[in-house]
Design a protein. Structure first.
Length: 196
């Protein structure tokens, strides 16, 4: 070995440049808010299609009358109806639907009681499903005083719930879009300034 000779590995030729920074989150993340909005819209449209027929019936006017002689009501077969009694009145024990000379008992249930609207001086008592379509007389045994019969308007309740859910999901989508946009912008600025 001669004087002045270098011992050890040769000095580095310079630090390698880092690879170009990848911007995160990636642009593909924008599919998340778009998907959320699409899901909200599709969900609302599906509910709207499912309750469209029920909404036509649910828009009917309430009718009142004597439960012993019968309340004249316009029925749609398969549709639900609510029976209201006076606030201090008794609940019907059974009800019968008469069309012309034909009559038959209807089953009284509490179906969709949660969506029965408040009515002045009346309280919800029972629900039934119409066995026929057309004008009929609904007579009820056990109820005293005037009764009110209204179409079951639960369809509007379902539509309202679907709308609120859609609005909530859409708000989440907007928040997600803003977060992704801000984080990508921040990552681009860091990459431009620091190279990573």
């Amino acid at each position: 070995m001669w004087p002045g000779a270098n011992v050890g590995p040769p000095p580095p030729m310079g630090a390698p440049r880092p690879a170009p920074a990848r911007i995160r989150p990636r642009a593909g993340w924008y599919a998340l808010p778009i998907g959320l909005v699409a899901a909200a819209l599709i969900g609302f449209l599906v509910v709207l299609l499912l309750v469209a027929d029920e909404m036509d019936t649910a828009d009917g006017e309430p009718v009142t009358g004597d439960p012993r002689t019968g309340v004249t009501v316009q029925l749609t077969e398969g549709a639900g109806y609510f029976v209201y009694v006076r606030e201090n009145g008794t609940d019907p024990l059974s009800c019968t639907v008469t069309v012309g000379e034909t009559s038959g008992a209807v089953e009284l249930t509490r179906k969709n009681a949660w969506s029965a609207s408040a009515r002045d001086s009346y309280r919800y008592s029972a629900s039934f499903t119409a066995p026929v379509t057309g004008e009929a007389k609904l007579a009820c045994r056990g109820a005293d005083g005037t009764v009110m019969v209204t179409p079951d308007d639960t369809a509007f309740g379902y539509l309202g719930i679907a709308m609120l859910a859609g609005i909530g999901v859409s708000i989440l989508a907007v928040i997600a879009f803003i977060v992704i946009m801000v984080r990508r912008g921040s990552a681009k600025r860091r990459a431009a300034v620091f190279g990573y």
